[in-house]
Ligand binder design. Structure first.
Ligand code: ADP
Ligand code: MG
Length: 232
């Protein structure tokens, strides 16, 4: 498994008490597999991604990324694993306002080191693969929400990650554009053999995913989509 979370518990301090955001969660995603986690707001989806991304250390349980057990690592080692093996697409595109689409990707490569020429070639190829041919020199305000989201996705793939984690990619898009982003993620997952986890509360665009899991009150179960519908 490229991504493996085992018996994860995550609690947040909540006044005098603690809030259990993840309650004994197990998750395993193989290369080339596109898993969706659906559930209502506040159910723990973003917390799950933050743990998988090694951004948050769980209260207990283990996280393994690309065959590396990160739980016992130093902060610096974990940061390297994240940079080299994990692509993260946050809900907000978080693009730098003054940079062109191409430069948004080159910044990432620059931070990771390596040849600028190879980075430029890869960035152009990635922009092509997310259908942004001809938009390389556009700045965020010159692009649509869907285009910005695709820059965001291309940027996450810049360092050739094995794991791709995507938080609510369709929330700012209309249904049709949302569906296109999800099928693009499916295509990129296959082509790059990624272990992809997408969390969403949008049940309308799940036809392209391999596996649907349901998150409710911090518990993850094999998905019954109708169960989620009836829960509102
Ligand atoms: P979702 O992404 O499904 O909306 P979250 O993972 O953001 O859910 O939140 C799960 C629960 O944890 C919610 O009750 C939320 O209020 C709480 N929570 C999230 N982040 C924090 C935090 N940094 N500190 C305290 N509580 C948090
Ligand atoms: Mg969330």
């Amino acid at each position: 498994m490229t991504l493996k979370l085992t018996d994860i518990v995550l609690t947040y301090p909540d006044g005098d008490r603690t809030l259990t955001a993840l309650d004994h969660v197990d998750l395993a995603v193989a290369p080339g597999e596109f898993t969706a986690v659906v559930g209502p707001s506040g159910s723990g989806k973003s917390s799950l991604l933050a743990v998988a991304a090694t951004l948050i250390t769980p209260t207990s349980g283990t996280v393994s990324v690309a065959g590396r057990e990160v739980s016992a690592m130093t902060q610096a080692a974990r940061t390297r694993v994240r940079r080299d093996h994990v692509g993260i697409v946050f809900q907000q595109a978080n693009l730098l306002p003054s940079l062109t689409a191409l430069d948004q990707l080159l910044v990432v490569a620059h931070l990771a080191g390596g040849s600028p020429r190879a980075a430029a070639a890869r960035a152009r190829e990635l922009l092509l693969s997310v259908d942004l041919c001809g938009k390389e020199h556009k700045r965020p305000h010159q692009m649509s929400g869907g285009e910005r989201q695709r820059v965001n996705i291309a940027r996450a793939l810049m360092n050739e990650p094995e794991v791709l984690l995507v938080d609510e990619p369709t929330s700012a898009l209309d249904h049709e554009r949302g569906e296109r982003v999800v099928s693009l993620l499916a295509e990129l997952t296959r082509r790059n053999d990624l272990a992809t986890v997408m969390v969403t509360h949008d049940l309308g665009s799940l036809s392209a995913v391999d596996m649907v899991l349901t998150m409710r009150d911090g518990r993850l179960t094999a998905g019954d989509i109708r169960g989620v519908h009836s829960a509102g």
